[in-house]
Design a binder for this molecule. Structure first.
Ligand code: SF4
Length: 360
C-alpha cells in the first residue's frame, strides 16, 4: 500500500517528496508562522514539536492492490503522524521519503493541502465506480495538523456530494468537530466510523501513544458519535503482550468500550514490522526492560506474534465482548474455545522455544 502511494507520486514525475512547483512550506501546526524543523533530541515515545510540510499531491484516492474491497481505495491526507504511537506500523513510509521512521515520522508531517479538490476531481471521473473509500488506514486524518488545515471537512463534503461510501478510523477527538458533516453524509451514503483504543491504561498511554488523545477522551468520542445515532466501532488495537493482554485488562477495556456504546469490537494483537520494530524495541528497553525476553520469544521469528498467542488473545476478547453484548469477529482459527486463564490472571502462552531468543 505504501509503495503504491509513493509510486503514484514518483510516476507522475514528482520527486519522492514533493509535487509542489515551489519550495515546500514548513510551518508549525499551530499556524504561528514559519518554523524551521530542528534536530531536537527526541526519544521513542516522546513527541517533539511537529512541523507541517505542505505539498500539493497529484492524486489522493489511492488503490491498494490485493486489498479487501473495504480497503481497496484509501485517502490519506497526511503522511507522518504526530500521535506518535511507538508501535505505529506506518513508520517505514517515511523512509521512502528520505525521512526517518522514528522522530521524523512523529514530527515532520506532510500535508496534502489540495486533498479536498483532488477528491472532488477524482470522484467526478467517468472511470470512478463509486467504491468504498477508507481513511485512517495509514496515518490518522484527525491528527493535530487537521485542526489547522481542515482538510477533512472538504473531503467529507466531496464524498457526501458524490454519495460515495466511506469509513474513517481515528484516535483523534477532532472528528467531533465534523459531527454535522458526518451526520449529513450518513443520510446519503454508508459511513463507517471506528475509534482505535487498545487499552484504557492511562499511564501506559502517556508513553506509548504520547501525542494521541487519552483513551478516556477516545471513549468519549465513541459515546458522542453513538449518541448522535452514528454507529461507531472500536478497533482494540494494538493489544500489547505483557502490557495490556491480561484477562483483567481486557475485561476493563471492553467494559469501558461497551459502556461508551460501541457497536462492534475488533481486536488486533501488536505486530512489529521493520521501521516500527526498532522504534518499539528502543522504547521497550527503556520503559519495560523486563519484557525483552518475552518479546524475543514472540517476535523473534518475524513481525507477527505466533498464531497460538494471537488466537488465545482473540478468543479471550471474543468471550468478554460477547458477555458485554458487543458484536465481535470470529476467531482466526474458527470456533475453537479459548484456553483458561492462568491463575495469575495472565493469558497462558504457548511460546516458541529458546532458539528464537536474542533475535528481537
Ligand atoms: S494514530 Fe495511527 S497513524 Fe498515528 S501514530 Fe498512532 S498508529 Fe500511527
Amino acid at each position: 500500500m505504501r509503495w503504491e502511494n509513493l509510486r503514484e507520486d514518483t510516476e507522475s514525475g514528482q520527486t519522492a517528496l514533493f509535487d509542489a512547483p515551489t519550495t515546500p512550506r514548513i510551518r508549525g501546526t499551530g499556524g504561528a508562522g514559519l518554523v524551521a524543523p530542528s534536530p531536537s533530541p527526541i526519544r521513542a515515545g516522546e513527541p517533539g514539536a511537529p512541523v507541517a510540510i505542505e505539498i500539493r499531491a497529484r492524486s489522493i484516492v489511492n488503490r491498494v492492490p490485493g486489498a479487501d474491497p473495504m480497503f481497496r481505495w484509501t485517502i490519506n491526507p497526511y503522511r507522518g503522524c504526530a500521535h506518535a504511537c511507538v508501535y505505529c506500523f506506518a513508520r517505514r513510509t517515511h523512509e521512502y521519503l528520505d525521512l526517518d521512521s522514528g522522530r521524523d515520522f512523529d514530527t515532520r508531517i506532510l500535508v496534502k493541502v489540495n486533498a479536498g479538490e483532488l477528491v472532488r476531481a477524482q470522484l467526478a471521473r467517468p472511470s470512478w465506480r463509486g467504491e468504498h473509500i477508507a481513511m485512517g488506514t495509514n496515518t490518522d486524518p484527525y491528527q493535530r495538523a487537521e485542526g489547522h488545515y481542515r482538510l477533512m471537512p472538504k473531503i467529507i463534503a466531496a464524498l457526501s456530494e458524490a454519495a460515495n461510501p466511506f469509513s474513517i478510523l481515528t484516535k483523534g477527538t477532532l472528528i467531533l468537530r465534523d459531527l454535522d458533516l458526518l451526520e449529513r453524509a450518513a443520510e446519503v451514503t454508508d459511513v463507517g466510523l471506528a475509534v482505535s483504543i487498545g487499552s484504557i491504561d492511562a499511564r501506559l498511554w502517556r508513553t506509548v501513544e504520547p501525542g494521541a488523545p487519552s483513551p478516556r477522551a477516545r471513549l468519549d468520542v465513541v459515546k458522542r458519535l453513538t449518541d448522535r445515532g452514528l454507529a461507531c466501532s472500536v478497533l482494540m488495537a494494538p493489544i500489547l503482550p505483557g502490557l495490556t493482554d491480561s484477562v483483567e485488562q481486557i475485561e476493563r477495556t471492553i467494559a469501558a468500550i461497551a459502556e461508551a456504546g460501541a457497536t462492534r469490537l475488533t481486536p488486533v494483537v501488536l505486530h512489529l514490522r521493520p521501521g516500527a520494530r526498532e522504534w518499539y524495541r528502543t522504547w521497550l528497553e527503556r520503559e519495560h526492560p523486563r519484557l525483552i525476553p518475552l518479546y524475543r520469544q514472540l517476535y523473534g521469528r518475524g513481525s507477527y506474534a505466533p498464531a497460538s498467542y494471537r488466537n488465545i488473545v482473540t478468543e479471550a476478547v471474543r468471550e468478554v465482548a460477547a458477555r458485554h453484548g458487543l458484536d465481535h469477529p470470529v476467531n482466526e482459527r474458527g470456533t475453537e474455545k479459548p484456553a483458561h486463564p492462568a491463575p495469575n490472571g495472565r493469558l497462558p502462552l504457548d511460546l516458541p522455544g529458546p532458539a528464537l531468543r536474542n533475535r528481537f
